[in-house]
Design a protein. Structure first.
Length: 154
């Protein structure tokens, strides 16, 4: 296990920083070209067919559920700052839809063996600090051993 002080810079482990890792719009359009994006479910009032920041599901006449997934690779080397930026980016999709986040799930992929547990804890702590400040505790999530570091929220 690497020592936190001798491990590689976070940004050196990612082929593209942040949203720079997104698929190019034309590539994504080609991949999705034969898939129905608008699902036709009457209670799903914003779906992938609308290309919006999040999906919106109508629960009843006065309540909707807004859901999004957002994660990316590091754009800074400081782990706590990376966690804060990734969480802020994910929560911004909820805010962009005019909604209030109530809880989050974390998405964590880290190259175990290249990044120290201490560094991963700092990334998670950064994300948690932003989520808690927004009134949305992180209730759980999913983690994988991945070739590149990724972090974000659902």
């Amino acid at each position: 296990m690497p020592d936190h002080h001798t491990e590689p810079r976070l940004t050196s482990l990612a082929h593209g920083g942040g949203c720079g890792c997104k698929l190019a719009p034309n590539v994504l359009a080609d991949i999705l070209s034969e898939m129905p994006l608008s699902l036709g479910h009457s209670d799903l009032i914003v779906d992938a067919g609308k290309s919006d920041d999040a999906a919106v599901y109508l629960i009843n006449e006065t309540t909707t559920l807004v859901a999004t997934t957002d994660f990316f690779t590091p754009i800074v080397d400081d782990p706590h700052t990376f966690g804060r930026i990734a969480a802020t980016n994910a929560l911004s999709d909820i805010f962009a839809m005019g909604a209030k986040p109530i809880f989050c799930l974390a998405i964590v992929g880290m190259p175990i063996g290249k990044i120290a547990n201490e560094t991963i804890r700092a990334i998670l702590a950064g994300g948690r600090s932003v989520a808690e400040a927004a009134g949305a505790p992180i209730a759980g999530g999913h983690s994988i051993d991945s070739a590149e570091p990724i972090y974000g929220l659902v």
